[in-house]
Design a protein around this ligand. Sequence first.
Ligand code: ADP
Ligand code: ZN
Length: 604
Amino acid sequence: MRDAAGATTPDREVLARVFGFHDYRPGQGEIVAAMLAGEDVLAIMPTGGGKSLCYQLPALVGGRLTVVISPLIALMQDQVAALRENGVTAAALSSATAPDERDWILDVVREGRLRLLYIAPERLASERFCDWLAGLGIARLAVDEAHCISQWGHDFRPDYLRLGELAARLGVPVGAFTATADEDTRAEIVRRLFAGRRPRSFIRGFDRPNLSLAFQPKASPRRQVLDFVAARPGQSGIVYCATRDRAEGMAAALREAGVDALTYHAGLDADERTARQTRFTRGEGVVMAATVAFGMGVDKPDVRFVVQADLPKSIEAYYQEIGRAGRDGLPADTLTLYGADDIRLARARIDEGDAPPERKRADHARLSALLALAEAPACRRQTLLAYFGEAAGPCGNCDLCREPPERIDGTEIAQMALSAMLRTGEGFGAGHVVAVLRGEADDRIRRLGHDQIRTFGVGAAHGRGDWQAWLRQMLALGLCTIDGERGGAWRVTEAGWEVLRGTQPVELKRETPARKAAARKGALPAPRMAPEDEALLRALKARRAELAREANVPAYVVFSDRSLIEMAARRPATPSQMGEVHGVGAAKLERYGDTFLAVIREAG
Ligand code: ADP
Ligand code: ZN
């Protein structure tokens, strides 16, 4: 794009020449402009929105150095490697920096050639280091994963507290970047980092249209996960599990099915965790079965799927976890399994925790929002975005848009179920309630006399699966709750009483046969390329893997999947055509252009 005078603006020129990108992602242009104008900036963008570019690009427009604070050494190193591949003079300074690298950094800083210096927050503990920084005359400070400064954020780091002092002392504009959007975190970032100044805030939409969304009731979770992964051979993905044991078990089952799977959880020692994370990041087609400990610093752009084998604890956690898929903007699939047991456990966990009452109430509300999403009547993305305060139309990329369920008047059904709960004294779980509804008398039911109550057998016309699904929907609609203190007993809420009184109609969903079949497959159909392109893409990927190994960098640092897919589809024949491909900037064209042109030529 060009400015009014028809000339390319300096930032656009850098975008194309250095990064090989034809356009900004939504929001990036405004943030870059504000940074270049010397404003303080607080930018909240969804994972994969392209935050790094917002501070990397301004660093290449002005003449002075940009300092970036980043929480993880591995993350800094990968970013520096990627920048260098693009021909940018960048460096990372941490406790892991080798002495000769350190000397080199001092040299290029002195010569004024260094554009970006990444530093780990723990460096700020050293007075001498801060003095040195202050003497450099830097252009601006960029703080990545800025929620680390907040006790409300998920990844609070005490080292980050020193940042506020440093920022005040340097007296340069500060850009703070995070994907965490809640009010408390945002307020604390501003208070701690901007010392009374008001940063210009940019809050980017939360939509990630390339992520497909799907939920499935938990039937046989291991089977469901294996089917989902088997439908995506060779893809990298994450399978989140509630506990370490479950993660171990899942990885073992995946390995048995021939998948290159690893486990990751907080019970492993630090070296082992780093080694596994590196294997995941650098490898192709590695699947990580992990607990939520696998989180920060997972910035591999080509994670093609995320499965949540157990229900996450809130809608925020849901979005953060699935958000680790598809950062590169290419299609990526997500699947969340949930069952009534998950819901009961999650409620109990909140109740048993030692958080103050108002926090517990908030946690229950966040969990309820997730359940409402799980049982959403129509487009899931609409429900999700509505929670984050955004209006949207039906997305076409969720299970409910693709296979809309049949909507039925569920008033009578709900009344039957609620009265079964009441007449059994609101003391029983879903299995018992369904058995009573269907008129299935076993010893326990007879002993309790539940085969004598009026609702016994009134719902015999419907299958067990239907009843289970309706109970979950009623739970999500808030017509009943699960009482953690009474061993998971289902109870009728105020809203449920309205339904019983007949003052409130209820709409429920019925699984259509098509939806059931799709749910069994667990997979949305994968978009396919032409077979010749597919063969070429494989060859390009093989070449990329070799080059990445030689340079000891992750494959995506050489070229992103998107670049290779474009090469396979467009088949550039000359260096200038190659330079048109997404992600091929001047440095990469020079370094890899001929190699990849040769692969394309050989493919004919
Ligand atoms: P975030 O930190 O916001 O999660 P990243 O900065 O890691 O996201 O960017 C995610 C991916 O998007 C990276 O692979 C990056 O190269 C790519 N990207 C960023 N900006 C653009 C753009 N303008 N056009 C195309 N791809 C982009
Ligand atoms: Zn949808």
